[in-house]
Ligand binder design. Structure first.
Ligand code: FES
Length: 388
């Protein structure tokens, strides 16, 4: 699966309608750091994260946030890694809130204590999304390679006590899909107002561990049926979102709502990202906030124009009547599975590579004998330096 850097980067066009000005970004994701106390085997951070440069300092982040707001961005997510390892998080939240951003913290909860949450509340933080891994200590601690099970319960109580809506996220895979009912019960005990059950998508560390994490279609069907029973029972008391893994679909997702359309990510070292996994695409000259303004990056950079609109599409996407809905699917998935970032996303049944998806899914059905089981590769600095 090698890239064809000589191919698609030369033929890309800025937009499908020459002269049309793209809309400004709406959603700024500030990946403050790649440092994280957890070691999740499904982490979407780049496998080579340990090789990337120094984190932006407070002043530079404030400048980036100001620029994004001036361009029209309305929501900001503070993410990572674990954003709480940055002791200037409160300063950055206050800065963003002062500019009128709706502010979200996306956290594992590690590091969130009474002092930090009071500081964040004073800074004007609007929303916290807390992740947890499972309803059992065994799987929670196994897939994150940490002992954080009780901590999540404590942090959930803290979040609730400070008047925030309880927004929980749990990434699903073959280890915890059979526990979906208990996961929902646990979320309800934690006071969940909103629960996102997001099946693993295969990028970054999850791609490395795909064989071990991929569920069977039976697991998925049972989990979805359980979710639907709870939805009926709970009504508006708790909203449950169940995100099916791409590999079990026949049409691709509208990744990022279209490339360079609403999403602008900034990596810890200031690299600007049109999507979470853009670093995986060879030949994409990713700009950095140290070298260019956000305005130039968004409107004029090669990277943000590479797959904007539909000018880059080939068949079967080019003539597909769903191209305005799915925007050709996910470029990173197309590259990871075909070696060609401009190919149709193989999730699509119209793709000539769709059979590959079927093979991966079929592989998940094989009973895994202990002796054949591959160990999970956990996200860690050492593994990153080794594998990146
Ligand atoms: Fe990069 Fe989907 S994650 S386009």
């Amino acid at each position: 699966m090698r890239g064809n850097a000589a191919g698609w980067t030369d033929m890309i066009t800025a937009t499908d309608t020459p002269g049309a000005r793209p809309s400004p970004p709406l959603w700024l994701l500030a990946e403050l750091t790649y440092r994280c106390p957890l070691h999740c085997a499904f982490c979407y951070n780049p496998v080579d994260f340990a090789k990337h440069g120094t984190e932006l300092d407070t002043g530079t982040w404030c400048d980036v946030i100001t620029q994004a707001r001036r361009m029209g961005a309305a929501q900001i997510g503070f993410s990572g890694g674990e954003p709480l390892v940055r002791d200037d998080l409160e300063t950055l939240v206050a800065h963003a809130r002062g500019l009128g951003f709706y502010t979200n913290l996306i956290t594992s909860g590690v590091g969130l204590n009474e002092t930090r949450i009071s500081g964040l509340k004073d800074a004007g933080l609007d929303h916290i999304q807390l992740s947890f891994q499972d309803s059992t200590r065994e799987v929670n601690d196994f897939v994150s390679s940490t002992k954080t099970f009780e901590l999540k319960q404590r942090v959930a109580r803290l979040i609730k006590a400070h008047g925030y809506p309880m927004v929980l996220n749990c990434v699903l895979h073959r280890y915890n899909l059979p526990h979906v009912g208990q996961i929902i019960e646990m979320a309800l005990d934690m006071g969940a107002d909103y629960l996102e059950l997001a099946n693993t998508q295969y990028y970054g560390w999850a791609m490395l561990n795909r064989e071990q994490l991929m569920p069977t279609s039976e697991q998925l069907q049972e989990a979805e049926a359980t979710v639907n029973r709870y939805r009926e029972r709970l009504g508006d008391r708790c909203r449950i979102l169940f995100v099916v893994p791409d590999y079990f679909e026949t049409r691709p997702k509208a990744c990022m709502n279209g490339w360079g359309s609403v999403f602008l990510g900034i990596a810890p070292d200031g690299t600007a990202l049109p999507c979470h996994a853009a670093r995986s695409l060879p030949g994409l000259e990713l700009p950095n906030v140290h070298d260019a303004s956000l305005r130039d990056i968004w409107y004029d950079s090669h990277a943000f124009n590479a797959f904007r609109g539909d000018g880059w599409m080939r068949e079967p996407c080019r003539s597909c009547d769903e191209r305005d809905t799915d925007h050709g699917g996910c470029r990173c998935q197309a590259y990871l599975l075909t070696g060609d970032a401009a190919a149709a996303d193989p999730v699509c049944a119209k793709s000539e590579h769709h059979g590959q998806i079927g093979q991966v899914v079929t592989l998940a059905r094989r009973p895994v004998r202990e002796s054949e089981a591959k160990p999970l590769i956990f996200r860690s600095r050492d593994n990153s330096l080794l594998l990146g």
